[in-house]
Design a protein around this ligand. Structure first.
Ligand code: UT7
Length: 329
């Protein structure tokens, strides 16, 4: 009997309407379009505006689109892995809030926190549930309302991040397509360079933490950049080598969209040519858990059945990794 793989069978995406351009950022902090464009590749990002709207509200339209495409109802989903760094609430899990909103009454689920690597951690985790035969329809959501934790007086972070969501449905595949291999890494030595100082059990919210602006994302960009350039590129190359793949065998490289220069370094290390690298950073910035599934969603029509695709990510924690999958439709 051939091995069951977990294959992506549908994708959905959603980017909120409001467009925060580099020009508008120029009016908010001491920056300029030229600096942002040359240092990051970002021109604009989307922001979820409106009272009472949270990360789960980014996921609802994305997943409703996915379900419609796949022609199934929410009640058919077995498991929801909700990858996010900006949960609606500290608890309960956004997976629960979201499942209730879309009517996924037969699913269980949880939130997965691996910062920008969340989606590939979630995809790999979900794949195990499919491969084991335990579940038939697993939804992996990557969503973040980064604007909820960004300090719009800090030019080092506010220019990079945006809000958005992408989602993938995975199902059993016996044709050899789906998730073939992944290499994932976590290293807490990276904590000082990218974290949120307060709001957890270490330092619960207080007047003092708010006055000290400790509820915003804190990043030492240059340090993160150095680790990201090396680790994301190396792990993508490693997963290719382990599967005897050369750059010519790769149809698409789908990297996390944090900085165009990190994407270029990953492409150059793997040898994948620019025409095969999926990039939408100029329009969305870094949507954290949303970047990779948003890319899959936007490129879906260009993918062909059997295409070898490499996903690669690097994020806070540090976390990083790469997934090798064969497109299934
Ligand atoms: O998503 C996963 C994790 N995150 C990442 O992968 C992000 C990794 N880091 C980066 O993408 C980059 O480090 C940044 C885009 C955040 C910063 O770019 P950089 O090239 O590393 O800039 P830098 O921090 O080394 O700063 C260079 C100069 C500094 O000025 P001086 O000291 O040379 O005079 C900064 O003050 O650029 C200045 N600068 C800015 N200037 C205009 C920093 N931010 C800005 C800005 N506009 N927004």
């Amino acid at each position: 009997m051939s091995k069951i793989h977990a294959a992506i069978t549908a994708v959905g995406g959603y980017a909120p309407e409001y467009i925060l351009t580099n020009k508008e950022l120029e009016t908010m902090v001491d920056t300029n379009d030229e600096w942002i464009t040359t240092r990051t590749g970002i021109k604009e990002r989307r922001i979820l505006k409106g009272e009472g709207l949270a990360t789960s509200d980014l996921a609802v339209p994305a997943v409703n689109e996915l379900l419609k495409k796949r022609g199934i109802g929410a009640e058919e989903i077995d498991l929801i892995i909700f990858c996010t760094t900006t949960p609606d609430l500290p608890f309960p899990a956004t997976a629960n809030i979201f499942a209730h909103k879309i009517g996924a009454i037969n699913a269980w689920g949880w939130d997965l926190q691996a910062a920008c690597s969340g989606f590939i951690f979630g995809l790999t985790t979900g794949a195990q549930f499919i491969e084991s035969g335990k579940h038939k329809k697993v939804l992996v959501v990557g969503a973040d309302k980064m604007s909820a934790m960004i300090d719009y007086t800090d030019r080092a972070t506010c220019i990079i991040f945006g809000d958005g969501c992408g989602a993938a449905l995975i199902e059993p595949n016996d044709e050899g397509n789906g998730v073939i291999d992944s290499i994932l890494r976590s290293d807490g030595a990276g904590i000082p360079f990218l974290h949120q100082k307060a709001g957890g059990s270490l330092k619960p919210a207080s007047h003092a933490t708010i006055d000290a602006r400790e509820h915003y994302a804190y990043q030492e960009g240059q340090a993160v950049f150095k680790f990201a350039v090396t680790n994301m590129a190396d792990v993508a190359a490693e997963v290719m080598e382990r599967n005897n793949l050369t750059a010519d065998d790769i149809a698409w490289l789908v990297p996390h969209q944090a900085n165009k220069r990190i994407i270029d370094a990953t492409a150059s290390r793997t040898g994948v040519t620019a025409d095969k690298v999926v990039i939408n950073i100029e329009r969305y910035g870094n949507t954290t858990n949303g970047t990779i599934p948003l890319c899959l969603w936007e490129w879906e029509k260009k993918f062909k059945k059997g295409d070898n695709i490499i996903l690669a990510a690097f994020g806070g924690g540090f976390t990083w990794g790469s997934v090798y999958l064969k497109w299934a439709y």
